[in-house]
Design a protein around this ligand. Structure first.
Ligand code: AHR
Length: 485
């Protein structure tokens, strides 16, 4: 029997809802087809945004959306995507699949999408191939309510009021597709570009996010924090759990544990990048923004290799559940995160095929975990066996408390073979009621257009309430949420 202790007396940090954000790039069928079909499409839409996807993302509780890239961001020139659609430039998306980008989805459409979703917009600017003036004018275009050249241009394009731009990223992966810069060079460039991200009138300046490290590149974080910490509100981090020699469903048990172990590296990454940040910013003013994370496999057979289209199974759901628990547990530093990506690209929450839409197991994890959004993280500890060589806990958890005193706990059992018997005790707490739900299945279980509901969340009754907690048996390869009152 494993022991699980939740301590409501230890209130650690607010779990910012934006930790549950998504990323959508002009890549493959993420924006075009996946989200934006255009007003003339036979697919049901509101102002071009497909209704089924919008409704699903709203139900999932999507809090923030990053756009337009990714690598696309450092090739994107925002003025190509405003004004009458027929006059917008057509270009080749050289980075992703060499397809025609007709710029029919631009700044106005992005804010329309965020409005329909009710989520915070996160726009990523172009450092790699853009100028300081271009970036500065984009922010003016989006946020100035004054009489100014860019605000007037926005009005001429039909939008009177400025938008509430919450987050702005100063470039993407500037160590790679965003210009192949050294950390030292980028830190100086960052300060130069960020200087001209102004606040217009009463509109607060957007939260400025510096392009951060690739995975374990701690030098990058050290340089950015030591040289530019005072000029940023957030610093990003990208990490993918790669297994790109094989497609999403082509794996054996070793392949499962390999990806789960890689996903669990997020714990080490946010701890170690966080430790560097602590030295320069002990007050934790600067947020760690994990604005790209997820699994990355070989593309599905017969699809454009530049479109990064992959299926998604219970293995991916486990990755999502582990990762979100890590973000919860580090919510004192992790302020926002964006899974890559939203629809039809990498570890998507939804897949589309013409009029059809299917929700992935990862979607169900996000929906299950939305109960943590805006709660306060609690101290918690679970005893757990270790699986195999190296460090991979069989069990991992996080617990939070709502303002009304309700406790939410999510537990992951990563084992493919062993159920976990757990005795949970909530300190100084008298249990009145417990509700639970579970997402479970064979590691390969997935949803597709023929069988859309193979993997879905169901009510879980495999627990026995106790005066101050519960006992439970959690099946292998599953995620369980307990809501304790
Ligand atoms: O998400 C796909 C790509 O991965 C992004 O464009 C880039 O930032 C990262 O390398």
């Amino acid at each position: 029997m494993q022991k699980y202790l939740i301590n409501p007396n230890q209130r650690i940090s607010k779990i910012h809802k934006d930790i549950y954000g998504c990323f959508s790039e002009h890549l493959g069928r993420c924006i075009y087809e996946g989200t934006f079909v255009g007003e003339d499409s036979p697919i049901e839409n509101v102002k071009g945004m497909r209704t089924d996807v919008i409704n699903a993302l709203k139900d999932m509780g999507i809090p923030a959306l990053r756009w337009p890239g990714g690598c696309f961001a450092d090739e994107y020139h925002w003025k190509d995507g405003i004004g009458p659609k027929e006059a917008r430039k057509r270009m080749i998306n050289t980075h992703w699949g060499g397809v025609v980008e007709d710029n029919s989805f631009g700044t106005h459409e992005f804010f329309e999408l965020c409005d329909q979703l009710g989520c915070a917009p996160y726009v990523c600017g172009n450092v790699g191939s853009g100028t300081v003036q271009e970036m500065s004018e984009w922010v003016e275009y989006m946020t100035s309510g004054a009489t100014s050249p860019m605000a007037d241009l926005r009005r001429a394009n039909g939008r009177e009021e400025p938008w509430a731009l919450r987050y702005f990223g100063v470039g993407n992966e500037n160590w790679g597709c965003g210009g192949n810069m050294s950390a030292e060079f980028y830190a100086d460039q960052y300060k130069r570009y960020a200087t001209y991200i102004r606040s217009y009138g009463n509109v607060p300046r957007p939260y400025r996010i510096a392009g951060g490290a690739n995975a374990f590149d701690y030098h990058w974080t050290e340089v950015l924090m030591s040289r530019a910490c005072n000029h940023m509100d957030g610093l990003s981090l990208h990490y993918y759990s790669w297994a790109n020699q094989k497609t999403a469903l082509d794996f054996d048990d070793d392949g499962y544990y390999d990806v789960i172990r890689k996903a669990f590296c997020m714990e080490e990454l946010v701890t170690r990048h966080g430790e560097i940040m602590n030295r320069y910013d002990p007050a934790k003013r600067v947020g760690l923004i994990v604005d790209e994370w997820g699994t990355w496999y070989k593309v599905e057979e017969g699809t454009n290799p530049g479109f990064l289209y992959q299926q998604s199974s219970m293995r991916d759901a486990m990755v999502a559940a582990l990762t979100l628990n890590v973000f919860n547990k580090h919510s004192d530093r992790v302020r926002m995160a964006n899974i890559a990506q939203t629809v039809n690209v990498l570890q998507s929450v939804a897949l589309t095929d013409g009029e059809e839409m299917v929700l992935t197991p990862t979607y169900h994890v996000f929906k299950m975990y939305k109960d943590h959004q805006e709660n306060t993280l609690l101290g918690s500890y679970i005893t757990t066996p270790n699986l195999g060589d190296g460090y991979l806990p069989q069990l991992q958890e996080s617990a939070s408390i709502r303002e009304d005193g309700t406790i939410v706990s999510t537990i992951v059992n990563t084992s493919l073979t062993d159920a976990a018997e757990i005795a949970c005790q909530v300190a100084d707490f008298a249990v009145e009621s417990i509700e639970a739900e579970i997402l479970t299945g064979d590691s390969h279980a997935h949803n597709d257009f023929e069988n859309k509901d193979t993997v879905k969340t169901v009510a879980f009754s495999g627990f026995t309430p106790q005066a101050d907690g519960f006992t439970t048996v959690i099946p292998p390869c599953s995620v369980v949420k307990f809501v304790i009152k």
